[in-house]
Design a protein around this ligand. Sequence first.
Ligand code: PMV
Length: 356
Amino acid sequence: MKPSPGMDAVSVIHEYTRIACLQTTWYHRPMATSSALAHPNIAFIKYWGNRDNGLRLPMNGSISMNLDGLFTRTTVSFQPSLPFDELIINGREVTGAALDRVAYLLDIIRGMADIHERAEVLTENNFPSGTGIASSASAFAALALAGSKAAGLDLNERELSRLARRGSGSASRSIPGGFVEWAMGTSDEDSFAFSIASPDHWRLADCIAIVSASHKQTGSTEGHALALTSPLQAARVADGPRRLEICRNAILNRDFELFASIVELDSDMMHAVMMTSTPALHYWKPASLGVMNAVRQWRGAGLPVCYTVDAGPNVHVMCPESEIQTVETKLRAIDGVSDVLVARAGGAAKIVTNGE
Ligand code: PMV
């Protein structure tokens, strides 16, 4: 309502104050720009296949560890002058499917905050993306946190995990810190991730054997949609709760032997599903197999190591921190391994300020 000649003095003052307050909120909304940092995670019990592709509700629960040292940092700024959302990854403007996916999450945030401005999204990764080092997990976790804060929302961990899940399922697990479980849940409300142990609970390291830095051909979004075309997926899903329980207990009891056996089984089961889908997905390269065979041999000879592979050719080799040097040296000696990245258990996604 506009102050009008017929209004009494108190109402006029009241109305001018209300308009002034609205304008102050509009022009000085405290958080129109916000930056966040999130780590990728490595899944020990994998998520593969959705029962609802739109909401990204998974067919099975999963467990992972955040990877310290590797990160995505994202700054979101909502700007009234922008006609479209803009996405800049590592200094390059990106359009097409990647921008659409980011805009989809921004639309959800805009709906929650009841705002309409488009956003500029500046993002950088300090590791190769699209090669099975879960860049989408850290990307959408950082986007959910920075975007919601910039929109003036103050979401709790559960709400952030649910929001990140809408961008990429595994991103739900990059919101909490340390060792994380994502409960499949029954609906959008109760499908979120939570910490089962802090990063310092178990000094584990992920030595990632890089065998290819090129971008994978079939992304996980398309991959999930193919899961049920494999006759093995139903068996994999039915056995999920058993593997989850063994893995959770192995982590809580720091039982490496049990951990190694269930992690390798779970990775092999997911790749068996991938390889038997229509069309078939083969993510392993010859060097991936070389690393997996070597790891099994080393464990047979008494070294505490095990492997797990996501939707890409690079092999994540898990070991206690005390064995990092031995494992890294051995991995570098394998034919086809071009580099080894080492990551310890990492913390939760967080808001960062300039210079952090
Ligand atoms: O979150 P997405 O859609 O990128 O799927 C991740 C799938 C795997 O990395 C292969 C497994 C997992 O649980 O992270």
